[in-house]
Design a protein around this ligand. Structure first.
Ligand SMILES: [Zn+2]
Length: 495
C-alpha cells in the first residue's frame, strides 16, 4: 500500500493538484484514511493519464481490510474521500482560475476542466463508456448518447438508502454547499468538487462542470441561492454576460415550466460548454432584419428564431419583448393556447453564443399544455414514442443531442438479434414496449453487417419525431406562416 500512496502523490504532483510542500501533509491524510501506521517516501517515475489504476488497487485493499463495503455506492464514497487527500483547497482553485482568466478565459476553463477530470470528479472511465453516435436525418447530424455513467445501486445500498435519514442539507445537488460534502447512500460524495464564483451582469453565480459530461466540457452555472428557475429579462442578460466572458462556450437555460423544463426546476441554473450542437448547423428558412438585429428562422423541429447582432443590449431588449408576446400568444388553429384558467403554458428555452463580434440568442418556443388525448403534453413526445423517450425534452435535447436511458443498450442489442432472426421478440418482456416499432421496421433488409448501423439510424428517426412532437409551430407551410406572422407582429410593437 505504501507504493500505491507514493504513486497517488506523484499523480497529484504531476497534475498540479498538490506541490512538494504538501507531500507530508497529503501522505498523512492517506495514512489515516487507510488505517496504516507508517509511511515511507519512494521516488516514482511514471506518467499516468488517469488515477483509475491506483484507485482500483487502493479500493481492493480497502475492501480486503474491511475499510469499505464491496458495493459501488460505498466504493464511490470512499474513493472520493481518497482523492480529497490530494485536492487543492477551493480558494486555491479559484485564485488559479481567476489568474488564468485575466489573460485567457480558455486557459482558465482548460485548467478547471482538466482538474475536474484529474480529481476523478468527472469519472471519465465511466463517461467514456456512454454509447454515442451521429446520423444525418432531415435537419442535420442528429446525435444520440445512451448514458451508462450513472451506476445502478445494488440491493444493499437500496436497503440502506431507505433507512437514511433525509436531511435538508445540502438542499439539492446544485447548491454550493456540496463542495466538500462527504455524501451518503442518497447523495454523492463531493470532496473533490470545486466551483468558481462568477458575476453575471452583477449577479452571483458559480461555475462547475457536470460530473456526467453529456458533451465536451459540459458546464453548469448555478445561482448562489437555492431559488427556482425563471426565464425573464435577467436570464438573457446572464446568458450574454457569460458568453462575453467565455466566448468559446455556449450557455443556455432550460425552460421554467414543468414538462418542457429540465429535471431540476428548484435551483436556478444554466448549462453550457465547448460544443457545436446539431442545431448550430440547422438551415435557415427565412431571415428578417429589425434595427441592427438579424432574425433567422431555423429549419429545426423545435420552433426557433436566432437573433444576431453586435449590440448586446438590443438583443436583450428584443428577446424580452418576444418572450412577453409569446407568453400571451394563442392560436387555436394550431393548438397553441397560452393559458387555461389562469395557468400559463408558454415559455422559452434560450441559448446564447458569441461568434466574433456578434452575439447570438436562440429563442426556442415551448408550450406545456396537456389534454385528455395527450396527458403528458401536446408538445411533448407522444405515446407511441415513449418506448424511446418519455421524459422532458430539455435544453440538451432541444439542441439535437438525445440523452437516452441506460436500459436501451441491452434492449437495442436484443432487438438487433430479433431483426436478423437470431431471437424472437416475444421471448423478451423488456422488448414488449418496442413491438410496434419492430413491426414498422422489420421488413427492411437486415443483415449481420448492417443491423447495428441501420438500427441506430431508425433510432435517430424516432428521436427526430420526438423533437417534432415538441415543436409548437410545425414545419408545414401554414404553421410556418403563423410563426413568421407572430414574430413580425411582435417586433413591430417593440418600443
Ligand atoms: Zn439548490
Amino acid at each position: 500500500m505504501n507504493h500505491e500512496i507514493n504513486r497517488l502523490l506523484n499523480y497529484g504532483l504531476q497534475n498540479g493538484m498538490i506541490y512538494e510542500d504538501d507531500i507530508d501533509y497529503s501522505a498523512n491524510l492517506l495514512v489515516d484514511l487507510l488505517k496504516l501506521d507508517t509511511f515511507e517516501k519512494e521516488d516514482i517515475d511514471e506518467k499516468l493519464e488517469t488515477a483509475n489504476d491506483i484507485i482500483e488497487n487502493i479500493l481492493s485493499y480497502a475492501v480486503k481490510k474491511g475499510l469499505v463495503e464491496d458495493s459501488v455506492v460505498f466504493k464511490d464514497l470512499f474513493d472520493t474521500k481518497l482523492m480529497n487527500c490530494i485536492m487543492p483547497r477551493p480558494s486555491e482553485v479559484i485564485n488559479q482560475f481567476n489568474n488564468l482568466k485575466e489573460v485567457s478565459s480558455k486557459d482558465a476553463t482548460d485548467y478547471f476542466y482538466d482538474l475536474s477530470v484529474a480529481s476523478n470528479y468527472i469519472r471519465k472511465n465511466r463517461t467514456d463508456k456512454n454509447i454515442r453516435f451521429k446520423k444525418f436525418y432531415k435537419y442535420g447530424d442528429i446525435e444520440i448518447t445512451i448514458n451508462l455513467s450513472k451506476p445502478e445501486k445494488d440491493p444493499k445500498a437500496i436497503a440502506l438508502a431507505k433507512n437514511q435519514k433525509s436531511s435538508n442539507y445540502p438542499k439539492c445537488l446544485l447548491c454550493k454547499e456540496n463542495v466538500g460534502f462527504a455524501g451518503n447512500v442518497n447523495h454523492p460524495a463531493r470532496q473533490n468538487h470545486r466551483i468558481i464564483p462568477l458575476k453575471l451582469n452583477g449577479d452571483n453565480y458559480y461555475f462547475q462542470y457536470s460530473p456526467y459530461v453529456y458533451y465536451n466540457e459540459h458546464c453548469i452555472i448555478f445561482n448562489k441561492e437555492h431559488k427556482p428557475m425563471v426565464v425573464n429579462k435577467e436570464t438573457f442578460e446572464h446568458l450574454l454576460s457569460f458568453v462575453e466572458q467565455f466566448p468559446h462556450y455556449l450557455l443556455g437555460s432550460n425552460a421554467d415550466l414543468p414538462i418542457v423544463g429540465g429535471s431540476i426546476l428548484s435551483h436556478d441554473h444554466y448549462q453550457g460548454g465547448n460544443y457545436e450542437f446539431p442545431m448550430d448547423g440547422a438551415k435557415v428558412f427565412k431571415t428578417i432584419t429589425h434595427r441592427d438585429i438579424q432574425i433567422d428562422f431555423l429549419q429545426w423541429p423545435l420552433s426557433t428564431v436566432r437573433l444576431i447582432s453586435k449590440n448586446k443590449e438590443h438583443i436583450i431588449h428584443l428577446s424580452e419583448h418576444i418572450l412577453n408576446k409569446w407568453i400571451n400568444y394563442s392560436n387555436e388553429d394550431i393548438d397553441i393556447i397560452s393559458h387555461t384558467e389562469g395557468t400559463r403554458h408558454n415559455t422559452i428555452t434560450p441559448i446564447a453564443r458569441k461568434k466574433g463580434d456578434n452575439y447570438e440568442m436562440n429563442l426556442v418556443f415551448r408550450n406545456n399544455r396537456t389534454t385528455e388525448e395527450y396527458p403528458l403534453g401536446i408538445f411533448h413526445p407522444h405515446q407511441e414514442l415513449h418506448h424511446i423517450k418519455k421524459e422532458n425534452i430539455g435544453l440538451i435535447e432541444v439542441m439535437g443531442l438525445a440523452v437516452l436511458p441506460a436500459r436501451l443498450k441491452d434492449e437495442l442489442t436484443l432487438l438487433e438479434k430479433c431483426l436478423i432472426n437470431e431471437a424472437d421478440i416475444n421471448d423478451y418482456e423488456s422488448l414488449e414496449k418496442h413491438k410496434d416499432w419492430f413491426e414498422e421496421i422489420k421488413n427492411q433488409e437486415w443483415t449481420k453487417d448492417n443491423v447495428k448501423d441501420q438500427l441506430q439510424y431508425e433510432l435517430t428517426k424516432v428521436f427526430v419525431r420526438v423533437l417534432e412532437d415538441a415543436g409548437v409551430f410545425k414545419l408545414d407551410e401554414k404553421s410556418k406562416k403563423y410563426f413568421i406572422e407572430f414574430i413580425e407582429e411582435a417586433i413591430e410593437g417593440e418600443e
